[in-house]
Ligand binder design. Sequence first.
Ligand SMILES: C[C@H](O)[C@H](O)[C@H]1CNC2=NC(N)=NC(=O)C2=N1
Length: 115
Amino acid sequence: MSELTKQHFEACSKNAPTVTDIEKQTLHKDIPDWNFVETDGEEQLQKIFKLKNFAQAQAFTNKVGDLAEAEDHHPAILLEYGKVTVNWWTHAIGGLHKNDFIMAARTDAAYNDME
Ligand SMILES: C[C@H](O)[C@H](O)[C@H]1CNC2=NC(N)=NC(=O)C2=N1
């Protein structure tokens, strides 16, 4: 499990900077299966998770929802049969903050708990 999962979640104001390219590269090493995507001009982390069926995908979606509520930091989640697509970014700054990498690592841990 990535050490990032245990890192402290930082309070993030709308004046906080997005991660630098160097920070991005370093943080990405902990969550290498996540892809950088751009949606509406905002950079996001995205990963597609495979599950056995709809019920499992729904259960995983709920786990991710619980992680989000615990930190008041929310992803976009697309729930499909046997498949969940999760996007993390920080709406307040219109891009990526370290918090998004922490949430991605926690999402991976929640997925590993499903198996
Ligand atoms: C008021 C509330 O704390 C904010 O609107 C939160 C809610 N969840 C959030 N989630 C994400 N991903 N980014 C935010 O900037 C954000 N802001």
